[in-house]
Structures are given as C-alpha cells and as structure tokens.
Design a binder for this molecule. Structure first.
Ligand SMILES: [Zn+2]
Length: 315
C-alpha cells in the first residue's frame, strides 16, 4: 500500500491533514439553519435522487478511489484477482466509488458521511454534488458519521479548515468518537478534531438519531463503526458504511481478511450476518463504496452471495 493511499483511506481523520487552518469553528458565528427549500436537482451523473417510502434521498458522488491490486487491503491478492476477473472486471485494479447519502427527514436535512474532502486524495467533490441536488451546505442540519476514516470525515472541513456544514450537528457513536480522539494527533488530524469538537454529539448503538434513522452497530471495521437504518412506512434502507467495501470482493468473498478492518474476525462475522439478513429479507442496502449510486440488494447464489444493483452502475 502506498503511503499516499494510506493517508487517503486508512488513517483516522486523515482528510484534515491538509486542511491547514488552525482556528476552531466558532459556533456563535453560525446562524440558525434556514428551512430547506424544495429546490429541484439539476440533471447530473453525480447525483441520483430516489425515494425511501415518503422520504426523499439523493446519492451524492464524491469521487472514486482506484487502488492497484498490490495496494488493496485484501491479503489474498491472487484470490482478489480471481474474483474480479470471474466477474468480468480488470484484475489489476479495484475501483471504489465514494457516495455519501443525502436525506430529507421531515424538516431535517441529513447527510450520511462526507467523503474525502476537497483536500483529500483523491479530492472529493461532494460539495458540488450537494449543490446539484439543490441543497446548500448551510441547510444541512445533521451529519451522521459511520466511522472516522478520512474518506468519511475528510469532507467535514474545507481546505480552509472551516466547517463545511456550519449549522449541522455531527453525530457519531460514542465509541467511534473516543477512537477518533485517541488517534487524531498521531494522524496529524488535530486541527480537524478541534474544528468539529463543538458540533459533535454522540450516541449509543441502537439509538434513534433522527425521526426516521436508527444507528446500527456494525462491528469490526473500527471500534465504533455504525450503519444507519432508514425506515419510512413499509420501506427501509440500510446504509452499510465500510462493513463491505467492494460489491464484488466483499460480497462474494466476505471471508477474505481486509487489513483496513481493525478486528478482522468481527468484521467477517458482520459481513456474513449482513449478507444473510440482506438476502433473506430482500433488504434494500446502500454501499457507500459500491459502484454509483450504490443501491441494491444481496442475493444468494450457489454457496455464497452476489450483489444485485438496483440501477446500472454509472461510470
Ligand atoms: Zn471508506
């Protein structure tokens, strides 16, 4: 794994390393969040609007991480190549999309994860996608964090080091917040930590974090890694976080050791449980790193599972 990629994808809070600004955010500067207007999204390949029951959701493209086979986190490189080529994909590179999820939940404007950030590697363009979806950053009321890796929290601050979503409460599990604080200095992430600290509120697994969203502990990737289950009427969607990274490798070989997981045995058990539940219940799921827009379901095939995307993947 290259040093650059480690910084981009594996270090705690790495997205803030290049943020540059030392000034903590001043909560008093932030005006009250205005009510979100019903702006119409523009036609764009970087946004994918869809419904979850009565709720309006939008997949927001942030970017794509292209990881050479030798740098992928799966220990069994030959096995990864075999799985990829059997699926008709190039065997020498793993492409992982990044798509945070936007959701209107009553009068709340909720963003789940924030991508790499404009200063990340590769640079994230979430803010452009957000505006294309008809939402201004100041209108976001809640940012839900799955875990504190750079490709999920890097977008919490801009390249000026200031909060990207000045009126939002940043919500993550208490265990993940402890993990982030413990590792931030070593990862060079002190400025980002200082910027977000006044806005962070923690929760315990199983908590209802907004009227329609429940936090789901998905153990193994990081100490407080959290998925989010969104329910509206009879419809539901499970946001997977990084319980599964690849729609091919993680789904078809959930038993492969992934060195990005902090507890590999727990992560494998979580993947198997998710795949089993997903296939049995025909659960609609959202893979933040699956091919954009990341919507689909798991299905049993032979002795394992396959990913069935809801719409054809976009380039
Ligand atoms: Zn990730």
């Amino acid at each position: 794994m290259t040093t650059q990629f480690k910084l981009a994808a594996a270090l705690i809070l790495s997205g803030m390393i290049v943020a540059g600004c030392q000034k903590p955010a001043d909560k008093a500067e932030a005006p009250a969040a205005p009510a979100a207007p019903a702006a119409q999204p523009v036609a764009s390949t970087d946004i994918y609007p869809f419904q979850i029951g009565a709720l309006q959701a939008v997949a927001l493209k942030d970017g794509t991480m292209s990881v050479p086979l030798a740098d992928t986190p799966w220990s069994d490189h030959a096995g990864v190549r075999q799985v990829l080529t059997a699926a008709g994909l190039p065997g020498d590179t793993v492409n992982l999309s990044i798509q945070p999820l936007l959701l209107r939940d009553g009068d709340r404007v909720v963003l789940i994860d924030t991508g790499n950030g404009a200063g990340g590697t590769p640079a994230g363009h979430l803010m452009t996608s957000l505006r294309e979806a008809g939402v201004q950053p100041a209108q976001v009321t809640d940012v839900l964090i799955s875990h504190a890796h750079g490709d999920h929290v890097g977008g919490l601050v801009g390249t000026d080091g200031k909060l990207s979503f000045p009126n939002a409460t940043i919500r993550m599990s208490a265990a993940e917040w402890d993990y982030a604080k413990a590792g931030a200095e070593a990862a060079g992430a002190g400025p980002l930590l200082a910027a977000i600290t006044p806005r962070v509120e923690t929760f315990e697994p199983g908590a209802q974090v907004t009227p329609s969203i429940t936090a789901v502990a998905l153990q193994g990737h990081t100490p407080g890694h959290t998925g989010y289950e969104i329910v509206s009427g009879q419809d539901r969607l499970l946001y997977l976080g990084d319980a599964l990274h690849s729609s091919v490798i993680s789904v078809e070989r959930p038993d492969f050791v992934n060195t990005w997981d902090s507890d590999s045995d727990a992560a494998i058990a979580t993947r198997l449980a998710l795949l089993g539940r997903g296939a049995t219940q025909s659960l609609r799921v959202y893979g933040v790193h699956f091919p954009f827009p990341g919507l689909g379901a798991f299905r049993r095939q032979d002795d394992g599972f396959v990913w069935v995307p809801e719409v054809a993947a976009q380039p």
